[in-house]
Design a protein around this ligand. Sequence first.
Ligand code: HEM
Length: 521
Amino acid sequence: MEWGMGLLLLMMVMGISLTWFWYNKMKMKMREDVEKKSGCGVPEGSLGWPLIGETLDFIASGYTSRPVSFMDKRKLLYGKVFKTHLLGTPIIVSTDPDVNKVVLQNHGNIFVPAYPKSIRELLGEHSILQMNGNLQKRLHALIGGFLRSPQLKARITRHIENSVRLTLGSWQDMQLLHVQEETKKITFEVLVNVLMSVGPGEDLDFLKREFEEFIKGLICLPIKFPGTRLYKSLKAKQRLLEMVKKIVEERKSAMEKTDEKGMAKDAVDVLLRDSEEASEKQSLPLDFISGNIIEMMIPGEETVPMAMTLAVKFLSDCPVALHQLMEENMELKKQKKDSGEDYGWTDYLSLPFTQNVISETFRLANIINGVWRKALKDIDIKGYLIPKGWCVLASFISVHMDEEIYENPHLFYPWRWEKLGAAVNNSSFTPFGGGQRLCPGLELSRLEISIFLHHLATTYRWVAQEDEIVYFPTVKMKKKLPIKVTPLCNYRYNQTETLEVLSPHQKGAIENGICTTASKR
Ligand code: HEM
């Protein structure tokens, strides 16, 4: 028995040693071949252990308060672009804004999206997030044009306001609430409205339930049989597809019955109209439209509520910024009250400090920390060779946390944007990606967050409980950010211009409406 165990152990050791030897040999050969061909070098770096590479170190850094430490360590050893091995793939990581720019600007002939297998399975090959070439460009232009249009922004502003007011209103009677959960209520409803005009009710609840089940499988083991996570998520996608397809079909037959051509009311309308105008060969099949409507929910579903949650977190930790944001928003609220006018979408986006808070939140939060691409051919960028077939991670977080670009990069300091100028997407600031895949939801996201912050800051004061940001697999608050709120009419400014809590008696004496008591004017 003992002898048998010994032999087994010996065979295992020999097996591992042989694999290691073979692995290194392949690695060297691959590198020599490519370098010989091109005359420039594959970036330096280590591929780590067989199979797992450096994945454990990468994941471990995602559970610390400095997820960028994985990149920083290697940047020091090998330079701004290095190779490693993550999540089962040898990969070249770029922390250099110029290299990232080339990767993002490429028109799909050198770099194509490369998601992990579970994501690929769930998206399907016809998803805008995976497809390449003319069809991606066409879909991107249609959706981007619709989401950026002033008509949509004007209409959706009313909708977002209602949704925000309803949610904030429900906070009055809550002892403790979780910002991460509450903000999702607002943004999911807005997203579904923009994509397919489904309002509150049973259909919305069904979509929310099934969508949550669907996205649980985005990062999981790519094993597909009854009972596995991936299988359950694919089933949820099927149920979602049935419902969305029904909506699309009903809309199409309604369109055929009328010649009326007003403004498209949602993404379903946009895609159906484009199909109607296109020739037979180019028109988009209904299954394709339904699938893409669901897939477009993925980038919008968690990102916006997380940005709102993190803005609340950063502001709670920085009372000076919170005070300035409140002042600015109170001023707008007073103007609107005095003039009796409704808010327009431009009102929300024209508050400079609030916009700087939002940019700083995006820079620090890194909700999408980078994008993965695959090289279709050998390419040399700034003297770094990226060989055909290799994956590239254009790391946004490393650029956003680079102290050569941002002074004190780990500090929440919205005032930096006053010096840096308007936070437009450029190669050093890419929370929404760039190039031909630049997020079409960029402006809508900023508008939603601005409206949320305005109504929050002019309705409540809050105290946040201790909580931490976790960065892996996606950015989240460990405890969903619990806060206690107090309506702002319970406060007023005292002579030292700080807010003080009013007694019930003082409060009762004020008849001037919910927030005017807090205003200094
Ligand atoms: C804070 C909010 C958001 C962030 C940080 C964000 C970030 C991003 C990033 C980085 C990309 C580029 C992916 C790549 O290059 O592979 C992207 C693409 C995309 N986003 Fe967003 N996004 C946000 C909100 C939204 C919203 C609200 C929508 C929809 C209403 C949306 C729809 C899309 C779509 C359809 C794409 C794919 C574009 C294409 O490949 O052509 N996003 N987003």
